[in-house]
Design a protein around this ligand. Sequence first.
Ligand SMILES: Nc1nc2c(ncn2[C@@H]2O[C@H](COP(=O)(O)OP(=O)(O)OP(=O)(O)O)[C@@H](O)[C@H]2O)c(=O)[nH]1
Ligand SMILES: [Mg+2]
Length: 658
Amino acid sequence: MSFNQQFDQYGAWRREFASRLKLLTEWMKAQGLLNAPVEGQLLQLQAQARSDKVMVAFVAEFSRGKSELINAIFFAEYGRRIMPASAGRTTMCPTELGYDPGIQPCLRLLPIETRLQPQALVEWRLNPEKWLHVDLDVSDPLQLADTLQKVAEVRQVSLEMAHALGFFNDSQPENNPHRTSDGLVEVPKWRYALINMAHPLLKQGLVILDTPGLNAIGAEPELTVSLIPQAHAVVFILAADTGVTQSDLSIWKEHLFSSGHETNTRLVVLNKIDTLWDALSTAQGVQAQIDRQRAVSASLLGLPLSQVLAVSAQKGLVAKITRNDALLQASQLLVLEQVLGQGLIDQRQKILRHATAVVINNLESEARRSLNMRRRDQAEQLVELHGLRGKNSAVIKHMRRRILQEQVDFAVSGTRMHAVRSAHDALLKNLVHLLSLPTLRVELAELTAALKRPGIKLRLKKTYGQTFLHLREALQSAQTLTTEIQARLDTAFRKINAEFGFSLQLAQAPGLASHVQDLELIERSHLHYLSLGNVVLLAQGEFSDRLVRALNSRLRMVFELALGEVELWNKSASAQLDAQMHDRRCDFIQRLEAIERIGQAISTLEERIAELNVQEIRLQGLEVQLGALTAQLLDPQALPVASQEPAINAPAVCIACA
Ligand SMILES: Nc1nc2c(ncn2[C@@H]2O[C@H](COP(=O)(O)OP(=O)(O)OP(=O)(O)O)[C@@H](O)[C@H]2O)c(=O)[nH]1
Ligand SMILES: [Mg+2]
């Protein structure tokens, strides 16, 4: 299957998955089993399933064929090259292709001069008026390709300006751009390009990132710090004839590979295998050369052989356009598409399934507990009513008084629940503070000041290391506090359960270890900026500013995520308490109502007993439906929703609230 077909299928799977989630949400709501935090989580999962963005980044030295490969994999249906691809340096700025239904198809370009200002790319994205906006006519491939040529535009600036923009580095002269006879330096005209078009794959959430080769990667910290590490798959391209050159290796080491980094989302492509085809060699001989190059490259880059593939992007593109199957096969493009698509989709499905499993398991056990409580309350009512058989009105009155007294006692005990809540809130406040943005700002203050200090920066690496150490410590303290809250709440819940017959059970506290790992990754991905080779670059205020901003926005995401998880966990504990208190209050109302109706001879005792028996059967039915709905989400092999869709009944209990 081609990448396009696989991604299409994945899109259909996601939509189906989202509609199953929606069905479960509606059903739970109708049965009064949904509390606000769980509903929030379910809606978030639905949104994630429907609009999950998947980013594939193409990274390599210049002229390895990144843009050509993008054309071949994604855009062959246009019948021509869409992304500019030509000999020498072509793509001059990082170019992101995606789809936003809120705006017209267009190309937006951020001028390179914005590098002289401190804002990070994420901030510029929020400022559409700073970008040059060019409309795209997606039905006209020629106009489309012509417009996209803009990503190759350059301009000439003075040496001083090239320095300020981060394109001239005296300590690495071999990477510096060419100078004209009058001393000017050619630099990219644009800093970043955003292409918005309703291509079927982009509409389904695919985002493609084409990057410029050479030192352009290093000059834009956000590429290394945010965009490339956050891409779900990175395709690193080499030339089949040369294999891994020194400059390929340094890009790989600096930007794509660091020890401990997950490498299973990396694919290495030996491109241009057609340059090895020649009339004097046999097909087997050529294949042997390709196999050798694959093996050597895999070993040099430290990857398994299965992640190194050989293709001819150009011949693959030509073959797709001219519908030449033999050439398409020889280009080996479809093999690459299959591996890329499968790897990416497996990974995304795994992430979505994992997130779903956590939410669903939690929600299911809470809902089952709630249903069991309702059944138990009803069973008690039945015993109570059976006890009334043959009794006179004095007994009924006495019973009414007893229920009223129980109701009052329960209301009074509300203050005790309140005390549990305040103790919990106080601890939670400390936890929130540890993970808050002001704390992060304080921790980053020293490093920010060190980076912003003018001139050569000494002891920067040490400050950097210490800052990250403190940040890790903050997360670890948050983890300790979370464990403490868990222990206290567990004890409090056990007491309340024993006293009031509740069935409160705390969900597992969130583990913050993955966020500590994220911190380590961020630390490593930044580290090479502090190397000796970058002393001059770091001495420039603008570069340091950009670095600070990129670092800030990445760290903010980690802390916000950790805080979100901790808050959600706490909210669901409170929601559980609220739900059980609410059910208990409803139970009192129902019991009183039943007794009153019997006392006033509006309904007979036997009628009420029969009613409760029917309710019991309905509650059993609800448990079965809940099991079926959640199984559909947890088991990918389960039957499609339509074939076992349970009816959304009116609420089974809680008549009092209704
Ligand atoms: N023979 C052959 N040429 C190829 C192949 N793939 C790309 N090329 C050519 O190599 C040149 C560079 O390709 P690009 O796609 O522009 O390379 P790039 O990696 O995007 O380069 P930059 O944009 O400069 O970073 C173009 O002339 C392509 O037509 C291939 O498989 N075989
Ligand atoms: Mg290119």
